[in-house]
Design a protein around this ligand. Structure first.
Ligand code: ADP
Ligand code: 5GP
Length: 199
C-alpha cells in the first residue's frame, strides 16, 4: 500500500497509527540523502546516506524506485520489499507521487492512497506547527504540494481527507482490511470447506 500526501499532509502520523493497529504490515524504510530531523533515527525512519552512497546504490540497481524530492534524493530498496512480500507481509510505502507511479508499474496489486489536507491554509499551519523545516523549505514544500495533488488525481484510487485524525486513521485501516478481504483465496476456502465435511 502506497501512502502519499503533500509534505505536512499527515502521512507519517497516519503510517505510525496504522502500523500500531494492523497486524502483518511493515513499513518500507527508504534511503535518503537528506539529513535527519528532530527525533528521526537512522535505520528506523530512514536509512540516511550521503550522495556517494546513494549513487553507488543506484548504480548497482538496489532501488525498486527512486526520485528527486524537495531537492534531495529518496529511494526504496528492492531487497527490503522482496523480503516482506516473500514472507506474505503487506508493505507500507510512505513515498511521493513519482514513487507511487513507479511502484504501480512494478507491483501489479499495489493500492495507491492519497492523503489530502482539508485545505491549503491548514496544510501551511501544520507544516509550520511541526517546527521541523526552515521557512524557505516550507515555501518550497507548499509549491510542490500543488503539483503533487494535481499529478495524483488520475493515478491514486483511494483518497482520504485528513481533517479529523481519528477518522482519517480508521478510513486508512478500512482500506487495508478491505483490500485484504478482496484478495482472500476464495477457491482455496471453498475447497477446504467442501473437503472438510458434508453439505
Ligand atoms: P507528513 O509525514 O505527510 O509530512 P506529518 O505526519 O508529519 O505529515 O504531519 C504534519 C503535522 O501535522 C504534524 O505536526 C502532525 O502532528 C500534524 N497533523 C497530522 N494530521 C493532523 C490532523 N488530522 N489534525 C491536526 N494535526 C495533524
Ligand atoms: P520527508 O523529507 O518529509 O521525510 O519526505 C519528503 C517526501 O519524500 C515525502 O513526500 C515522502 O513521502 C517522500 N519519500 C520518502 N521516501 C521516499 C522514497 O523512497 N521514494 C520516493 N519516491 N519518495 C519518498
Amino acid at each position: 500500500m502506497v501512502l502519499s500526501a503533500p509534505s505536512g499532509g499527515g502521512k507519517t502520523t497516519l503510517c505510525r497509527q496504522l502500523l500500531s493497529t494492523v497486524e502483518n504490515v511493515e513499513f518500507s524504510i527508504s534511503h535518503t540523502t537528506r539529513p535527519p530531523r528532530g527525533r528521526e533515527r537512522d535505520g528506523f525512519d530512514y536509512h540516511f546516506v550521503d550522495d556517494g552512497a546513494f549513487d553507488a546504490l543506484v548504480a548497482e540497481g538496489a532501488f525498486l524506485e527512486w526520485a528527486h524530492v524537495h531537492g534531495r534524493r529518496y529511494g526504496t530498496s528492492r531487497r527490503e520489499v522482496e523480503g516482506c512480500l516473500g514472507r506474505g507481509v503487506d508493505i507500507l510505502f510512505d513515498i511521493d507521487v513519482q514513487g507511487g507511479r513507479q511502484i504501480r508499474r512494478r507491483i501489479d496489486d499495489a493500492v495507491l492512497v492519497f492523503i489530502l489536507p482539508p485545505d491549503s491554509v491548514t496544510l501551511e499551519k501544520r507544516l509550520r506547527g511541526r517546527g521541523s523545516d526552515a521557512a524557505d523549505e516550507i515555501e518550497r514544500r507548499l509549491v510542490t504540494a500543488q503539483k503533487e495533488i494535481a499529478a495524483a488525481a488520475d493515478l491514486y484510487t483511494h483518497w482520504i481527507v485528513n481533517d479529523d485524525l481519528q477518522r482519517a486513521a480508521s478510513e486508512l485501516e478500512a482500506i487495508l482490511r478491505g483490500e485484504r478481504l478482496a484478495r482472500v483465496d476464495r477457491r482455496e476456502l471453498v475447497k477446504e470447506f467442501l473437503g472438510g465435511g458434508a453439505i
